[in-house]
Design a protein. Structure first.
Length: 195
């Protein structure tokens, strides 16, 4: 496979670190050479958390150049717009969890909130495949990242990485009841059984 560039972004506390590690391990389980790097910034204060993941047959550097991401995955609408504008190439794909953790500029009325309609318009103009997801009945909001992971698997957004690879990645990262809950949600979101 040629190099695939995946940019993940969210706000501190949303689980970007776990999502990034699960996707990295899933690609590794699929047999790809994988490189990744995380940036945490002021994550503990609601700041941006981002991960660069690159995989394929030959990958030497983890950093994605601006405008070169094949897929941007965001756990928040403002971060979806930032990733779309800064990293996503024309004709790529955007998947985002349709929730808002207002950035400081919005809270201080120095910037307007980003609407889903504005994101959709930009996607249409640039030929970007847009997928939004939201689930209002999660038992724990920290599981939004698993909803996103399941959506990546369901839509086969990363060629060659199969649902069983994501499942093995989650088994690498969790145990016990936590693993059971996350695997159940992963299966539900994909519309399949837990097996």
């Amino acid at each position: 496979m040629k190099t695939f560039n995946l940019y993940l972004t969210g706000v501190g506390g949303q689980g970007i670190g776990l999502l990034s590690e699960a996707m990295l391990r899933a690609a590794d389980h699929a047999g790809f050479s994988v490189k990744g790097v995380d940036t945490h910034g002021l994550a503990q204060r609601g700041g941006i958390v981002a991960s660069h993941l690159r995989f394929g047959d030959r990958v030497y550097s983890p950093l994605i150049q601006e405008g070169e991401a094949d897929l941007v995955v965001a756990l928040e609408r403002h971060e979806a717009m930032r990733g779309l504008n800064q990293y996503l190439k024309d004709g790529g794909a955007l998947l985002y969890y349709n929730t808002v953790w207002q950035p400081l500029e919005v809270r201080l009325n120095k910037a307007a909130p980003i609407s889903a309609e504005l994101i959709s318009e930009q996607c249409r103009q640039r030929g970007i495949k847009e997928i939004t997801v939201f689930r209002d009945n999660l038992q724990d909001v920290r599981m939004q990242n698993i909803v996103v992971l399941a959506t990546v698997a369901k839509h086969e957004l990363i060629s060659g990485v199969k649902p069983e690879h994501y499942k093995h990645a989650l088994e690498d990262l969790m145990t016990g009841k936590l693993l059971e809950q996350n695997l159940r949600l992963f299966a539900e979101e994909r519309g399949t059984s837990l097996s």
